[in-house]
Design a protein around this ligand. Structure first.
Ligand code: PEP
Ligand code: MG
Length: 889
């Protein structure tokens, strides 16, 4: 098996493994692809991910084969460019970069100019005819290599540079001459020797293998592990290493370097988008050290900026770049994120990949590309990550709300966020865990900040452009971000932030508008999202391609209305006990629960009946004839009993009982395991008057709505926590009896179904029998997960995170269905239920109904519908369309 693949020059790119990201990583595969379609790619080679995995398994040992293969591949580069690594007269310089299957912040990024030492620097000066360039390159190399390979703090070198500039009275780096850089190289080498106790490596092979080792090691760095955990990336993929001949964007004013997108990654507009810097090396753009210039004239003019765009300053190279953009989009049939360098007027491509984009841009591009004939509707549906829709479904700033604008930075990632200022990532995580909304405010962010960025609702940085770390990561995470807000300065001592003339302290609330770049004091009002336009178009396509129906879990008319706007096709779960959570009603519920006899219960139920009837009527009206699954009371008692003295006092006043009496009764009702206690249908069996009241409220409301409107509701009455057929038999008879009574009293009749939830392993096992009494099953996978795994829903937080971290569970089983275990029960119950009752309706209403991976599983089992909370309905629509399409292909 090949350990190394060469690309560029006369390399043979025909082995399909070379273009397989699992083997050569995203960067390596795309470099080979670009070279093979004739684009200008500097020659290089890629070490496979398999070698990384082997290296780590062997306890950080390279294989013998790799050593030989790398030497041979280096020969390919040397032959192509006519230079030799380490040659003092005509030295080859290379870059070394990591490249996993998916782009992964947190790993070692890049070492540039590798191959420079005290001898080759003179060779570079001679061959380039530019001594200043040679010494500048050498000091950059020492700084970068020391930072990422030798593990020294890059601040040490920054400081030395600042001191050198100060001593000479220079303001910017461009004022330093060859001799100045040479002196600085001496200083840098001194720093290395002092910090490490050994000299900076002069042997170019040692440099190369040191960099390769650093890339492999960085796969297992803490930062990379955090990123993998947050993004569900397996730890055994490994990373590839790309070694490539250097091209120089810092060879004077006809050279440049830049990053670009073939379309706008924030809005999705079809316009080239990017930044470049004349006379600079790649990392200068990303690091935010110098402010990059616009790529196109139009973008420069819109921003009102003066430094010339690349289109104006380098028209020939720009025209070539535009030609490459179009070629790449047609080839990959997707928006590309590109790195390029212009060396003395000649364009070189250093990277291309499918570009990260905001949800808004993803939608717009998918819809536009169908219009352009670039992709099909099916591809458009498959291209948008359902979870990314979340970004679009949340409120935006109200344009009419008062804004106290403190400053405006770059609109780096859209969406609005308000929260308390925090100045470091650890605190962001701490406060967020405590339930606070926080805005992480930093000079710039780095991979060490990932956990804080994840915990924050928004990110504000003082430095960095639209492609800075903060901007790229925030867009990927869907966090609103304003970057490069130069008026922001941070005083870490005082834990304060100065923005222009104003001073704020940690804990003060600010609002960010990631769409405009505005930073505002206090909390600003927000508006509901826009669901028409591209969103509507894509959703229409998704609806046309999905088999499963999408319902919602909702119990208030407002939630139902919202869910219908999001496209819900019915209610999959109306938790009636949640209808009693508000302060005015809970005391009647508590009175019912605490009543010591049937008479007391009935008195409380009489108070609840009209309330329930009115709720159901409104819900039926909103749902206008769509199916509504209403679950009869399922209160784990501990959620409803009064807690503190105040609640007991209120209840005493409302019921006329003494606090002591109530406390005694609450004591009698105390359960050791309320989740496995007197809840669900057990309550209906022991206190039938409760379910009678609820059934009556449902049927009376349904008859009233039938009378007053043409849209007759179809209630689906659902019995929770059933374990045996007999339970369902008894309660179904109760519901049928009440229906008959109400129909007789009102003279109206509605269609209805009685069914059950499958929430217990026993119910799943005897589903064939239960189906004799049920017209539908709804999988309550929250309880089914709890009861199958024997993991308490309420206590799992304490140990689930380490379980997921250690890979015991691939994901939190309450978020994404445990397909292997719980999934088997779902499958089996569906099969057995159908065997008894061929047209039994099957759905899912646990939280998993809004999780794309679980939805794909439901498609496989052939469920009729999934039910999700209102904001998740569009996610479920898109995910089930994707599942349908994948099932067909
Ligand atoms: C379930 O158990 O999956 C369910 C939907 O019911 P609840 O979450 O109300 O227990
Ligand atoms: Mg349940």
């Amino acid at each position: 098996m090949k350990t190394v693949y060469t690309f560029g020059g006369a390399a043979d790119h025909s082995d399909p493994r070379q273009k397989d990201k699992t083997v050569t990583g995203g960067k390596g595969a795309n470099l080979a692809e670009m070279a093979s379609i004739g684009l200008p790619v500097p020659p290089g080679f890629t070490i496979t991910t398999e070698e990384c995995v082997g290296y780590l398994e062997r306890g950080e040992e390279f294989s013998d084969k790799l050593r030989g293969d790398v030497a041979e591949a280096l020969g390919h580069i040397e032959a192509t460019v006519g230079k030799v690594l380490g040659d003092k007269d005509n030295p080859l310089l290379v870059s070394v970069r990591s490249g996993a299957r998916v782009s992964m912040p947190g790993m070692m990024d890049t070492v540039l100019n590798l191959g420079l030492n005290d001898e080759t620097v003179a060779g570079l000066a001679a061959t380039s005819g530019d001594e200043r360039f040679a010494w500048d390159s050498y000091r950059r190399f020492i700084q970068m290599y020391s930072d990422v390979v030798l593990g020294l703090d890059h601040g040490l070198f920054e400081e030395a540079l600042e001191i050198a500039k100060e001593d000479k009275g220079f303001y910017s780096d461009t004022e330093l001459e060859a001799e100045d850089w040479r002196e600085l190289v001496g200083e840098y080498k001194r720093i290395v020797a002092e910090e490490l106790g050994r000299d900076f490596p002069q042997d170019v092979n040692e440099q190369l293998w040191g960099a390769i080792r650093a890339v492999f090691d960085s796969w297992d760095s803490d930062r990379a592990k955090v990123y993998r955990r947050l993004n569900d990336i397996p730890g055994d993929w490994g990373t590839a290493v790309n070694v490539q001949a250097m091209v120089f964007g810092n060879m004077g004013d006809t050279s440049a370097t830049g990053v670009a997108f073939t379309r706008d990654p924030s809005t999705g507009e079809r316009a080239y988008y990017g930044e470049y810097l004349i006379n600079a090396q790649g990392e200068d753009v990303v690091a935010g050290i110098r402010t990059p210039q616009y790529l196109t004239k139009a973008a420069r003019e819109t921003a009102g900026a003066t430094p010339l765009s690349m289109e104006e300053a380098m028209p020939d190279a720009y025209a070539e770049l535009a030609r490459v953009f179009d070629l790449l989009e047609t080839h990959y049939r997707d928006m590309q994120d590109i790195e390029f360098t212009v060396e003395r007027g000649t364009l070189w491509m250093l990277q291309t990949r499918s570009g990260k984009r905001t949800a808004k841009a993803a939608l717009k591009m998918a819809v536009d590309m169908v219009g352009e004939g670039l992709i099909s509707q099916e591809e458009a549906i498959l291209r948008v990550d359902p979870m990314a829709l979340d970004q679009l479904l949340h409120p935006m700033l109200d344009p009419d709300a008062e804004r106290d604008v403190l400053t405006t930075g770059l609109p780096a990632s859209p969406g609005a966020a308000s929260g308390k200022i925090v100045l470091d990532a650890d605190k962001a995580e701490l406060w967020a865990n405590g339930g606070e909304k926080v805005i992480l405010v930093r000079v710039e962010t780095s991979p060490e900040d990932i956990h804080g960025m994840h915990a924050a609702t928004g990110i504000l940085t003082a430095r960095g452009g639209m492609t800075s770390h903060a901007a790229v990561v925030a867009r990927g995470m869907g966090r609103p971000c304003v970057s490069g807000a130069a008026a922001v300065s941070i005083d870490r001592e005082k834990r304060a932030v100065r923005i222009g003339e104003r001073e704020l302290v940690e804990g003060d609330v600010i609002t960010l508008d990631g769409a405009t770049g505005q930073v505002m004091a206090g909390k600003v009002a927000t508006l509901e999202p826009e669901l028409a336009g591209d969103f509507g178009t894509l959703m229409d396509w998704a609806d046309a391609h999905r088999r499963m129906r999408v319902r919602t879990n909702a119990e208030t008319p407002d939630d139902c209305r919202m869910a219908r706007q999001f496209g819900a096709e019915g209610i999959g779960l109306c938790r009636t006990e949640h209808m009693f959570f508000d302060a005015a009603r809970i005391s009647a519920v508590r009175e019912m629960i605490l009543a010591s006899d049937e008479k007391g219960r009935r008195a409380a139920l009489d108070k609840l009946l009209p309330e329930q009837r009115a709720d159901f009527r409104e819900i039926f009206e909103v749902m206008a004839g769509l199916p509504c699954t209403i679950r009869l009371l399922d209160p784990p008692l501990h959620e409803f009993l009064p807690h503190g003295d105040e609640e007991f006092a209120d209840l005493a006043e409302a019921t006329g009982h003494s606090v002591d009496q109530l406390k005694r009764r609450a004591g009698e009702l105390h359960e050791f395991n309320p989740m496995l206690g007197h809840r669900g249908c057990r309550l209906g069996i022991t206190f039938p008057e409760i379910y009678e009241m609820q059934a009556r409220a449902i049927f009376e409301a349904a008859c009233e709505v039938t009378k007053s409107s043409g849209d007759a509701p179809v209630p689906e009455i659902m019995i929770p926590l059933v374990a045996t057929k007999r339970e369902l038999e008894i309660l179904r008879a109760l519901v049928d009896r009440v229906a008959g009574e109400v129909f007789g009293e009102t003279g109206y009749q509605v269609e209805y179904l009685v069914g059950t939830m499958i929430e217990l392993p026993r119910a799943a096992l005897v589903a064939g029998e239960i189906a004799e009494e049920a017209r539908f099953f709804s999988f309550g996978t929250n309880d089914l997960t709890q009861t199958t795994l024997g993991v308490s829903r309420d206590d799992a937080g304490r140990f689930l995170a380490p379980y997921v971290e250690r890979g015991i569970f691939a994901r939190d089983p309450f978020v994404s269905l445990d397909v292997e275990g719980v999934g088997q029960l779902v499958e089996l119950a569906a099969e057995r239920g159908r065997a008894t009752c061929g047209d039994i309706k099957l759905g899912i209403c646990g939280e998993h109904g809004g999780d794309p991976a679980s939805i794909a599983f439901c498609e496989g089992v052939g469920l009729d519908y999934v039910s999700a909370s209102p904001y998740r309905v569009p996610i479920a629509r898109l995910a089930s369309a994707q599942a349908s399409l994948k099932a067909k292909s």
